[in-house]
Design a protein around this ligand. Structure first.
Ligand SMILES: Nc1ncnc2c1ncn2[C@@H]1O[C@H](COP(=O)(O)OP(=O)(O)OP(=O)(O)O)[C@@H](O)[C@H]1O
Ligand SMILES: [Mg+2]
Length: 517
């Protein structure tokens, strides 16, 4: 595609001659005569180069240079100035212009400088592409648990294809991070990755945000605006929180994806858009379809590759690896020499339910590193995280003292079982099926136990049908303060070998080991 040059010159004759000369050299050139028009053009579409006269009817070109650098940081600006004001040219370079010509202009000289500026821009773009291809992005996603690795592997295999991707997962599970990795692992990695949060944009503005609008399309549309679909041409469009997209827009999105073509609001010219779609949602789209809140045809269209990122509570094996990674990040970010966890703080992290998932863990650890003097203790953690740990410890010590006071094994186990059920129901918001999953037992088995203990909790669900399973509560181990997943030690070993922090934080790794001992 020919490179696009914008000539900003109020002398119509000179502007015409310049555009002609540039077009003869194979570039696309367009002229505008004011600074306002320059700003409008840079906002509306990407340009490869700007030729800027300094004296314009609505202001001084020098003043506009920093703003242009902000609007289009990669677009070089070449200034055109009269010989008498050569000092202004030096000032232009200081403000971020690439080069300057003095008037009267020599076309042959202009052609050389323009070509040199464009050549430099091409090289910069190539370097950026090579950099992007070196880092795939998948290595930033930390975790080795089965469900997580499964999602990652599917994403890695699907990345180089041009298939549409749908990522489902609770808030903070890494959907955006995964979308970035898929883009970087695709043939489009040299192109843009443009994100739109469908839930954050008011319904009335969404169409113009996605498809752009023509000048005068509606009150307030004072200039043409390029939409996100167009901005993502040759790259990837990340439609975040697609479950919140209004039904009317869903139909338009479907058409754009199917036809690979859009129309700006107020425009009547179809525009080809070659984009790959990655969509994400923290809801279950299938359920939204059943409830009539999401179009089935769009749902199926998004289904090229479907991924589900598990919540953190379903992949607790990954905690050591994640904790190590985030403590390292925080340590570097806050320039601390050490960041380790006390046993008690670690226990709190193990038993917390992590409703905010990996994002919550990351922020909790950052905050704790900030507050601590190198060793993180429970008081450096947010109250909700502290409470979970303290409650669990109280249960464990109650169990231990019950044993010491001579209560029978059955009585003690009953107490522990009751306490665990109450806690699981609390964590599951009273939903039995979820609480059963947390406890690792069937719903029937949970129902039976709720009855047995006369628990009057605010529970949902009816007595499940089907044969009751034999009791399968995880065995209580009163000697251990906290219940860790059975494969936690293995997970820790993996994390210690895999983590970049391995060896650098012997104290921290010892803390994990001690807890597991
Ligand atoms: N597996 C992971 N490894 C490392 N960091 C992660 C991982 N998952 C998430 N994060 C980090 O957690 C934070 C939240 O991730 P991200 O924004 O991708 O989540 P999300 O699923 O898009 O959340 P939301 O639905 O709220 O937008 C980011 O800082 C991200 O870097
Ligand atoms: Mg997100």
């Amino acid at each position: 595609m020919p490179e696009q040059i914008l000539v900003v010159e109020d002398d119509d004759n000179l502007a015409f001659v310049l555009c002609e000369a540039l077009q003869r050299r194979g570039y696309r050139a367009e002229a505008v005569g004011t600074l306002a028009a320059l700003r409008e053009r840079l906002t509306a579409a990407p340009h490869d180069l700007v030729l800027l006269d300094l004296r314009l009817p609505d202001g001084d070109g020098l003043e506009a240079i920093p703003q242009c650098r902000e609007l289009a940081p990669d677009t070089p600006i070449i200034v055109m100035t009269a010989y008498a004001v050569r000092r202004a040219a030096t000032e232009a370079l200081r403000r971020g212009a690439y080069d300057f010509f003095t008037k009267p202009l020599k076309i042959s000289e202009i052609e050389i400088v323009v070509e040199r500026a464009l050549e430099r821009r091409r090289l910069q773009q190539r370097i950026a592409t090579l950099e992007a291809s070196r880092v795939t992005g998948f290595e930033e996603l930390v975790g080795s648990s089965q469900a997580f690795v499964h999602a990652l592997e599917t994403a890695r295999r699907g990345a180089p294809t041009d298939l549409t991707v749908l990522i489902e997962g609770e808030s903070g599970t890494g959907k955006e991070l995964l979308a970035q990795a898929i883009h970087r692992g695709s043939a489009r990695k040299g192109g843009p990755l443009v994100a739109v949060n469908c839930a954050a944009i008011p319904e009335g503005l969404l169409e113009s945000e996605l498809f752009g609008h023509e000048r005068g399309a509606f009150t307030g549309a004072i200039r043409t605006r390029v939409g996100r679909f167009e901005l993502a041409r040759g790259g990837t469009l990340f439609l975040d929180e697609i479950g919140d997209m209004p039904l009317g827009m869903q139909a338009k999105i479907l058409r754009a994806i199917e036809e690979r073509r859009i129309e700006r609001v107020g425009g009547n010219r179809p525009i080809d858009v070659d984009v790959r779609i990655i969509a994400a949602t923290n809801q279950t789209l299938g359920q939204l379809v059943e409830g009539g809140r999401f179009r089935a045809d769009l749902f199926y269209r998004l289904h090229g590759i479907q991924l589900r990122l598990p919540p953190l509570r379903e992949r607790l094996d990954d905690l050591p690896e994640l904790i190590n990674t985030f403590l390292d990040h925080a340590q570097r970010k806050l320039s601390r020499t050490t960041a380790t966890l006390s046993d008690q703080a670690l226990q709190c992290l193990w038993v917390h339910a992590w409703p905010g998932n990996v994002r919550e863990l990351k922020h909790v650890l950052e905050g704790a590193v900030l507050l601590s003097d190198g060793v993180i203790r429970p008081e450096h953690l947010p109250p909700a995280v502290q409470t979970a740990g303290v409650k669990k410890l109280a249960t464990a010590s109650a169990t231990a003292s019950a044993t010491a006071s001579g209560r029978s094994l059955d009585e003690t186990l009953d107490d522990v079982e009751r306490q665990m059920i109450l806690e699981a129901l609390g964590r599951a918001g009273g939903v039995q099926v979820r609480a059963a999953r947390v406890l690792g037992i069937t719903e029937q088995s949970l129902w039976y136990r709720i009855k047995k203990h006369g628990i009057q909790a605010r529970v949902t669900g009816s007595p499940p049908t089907g044969p009751s399973e034999p009791a399968s509560l995880p065995a209580a181990r009163p000697t251990r303060p906290v219940e860790l997943p059975a494969n936690a030690e293995e997970a820790l070993d993996r994390s210690v070998t895999r983590s970049r922090s391995a060896g650098r934080n012997p104290g921290r790794n010892r803390a994990f080991k001690d807890l597991l001992a």
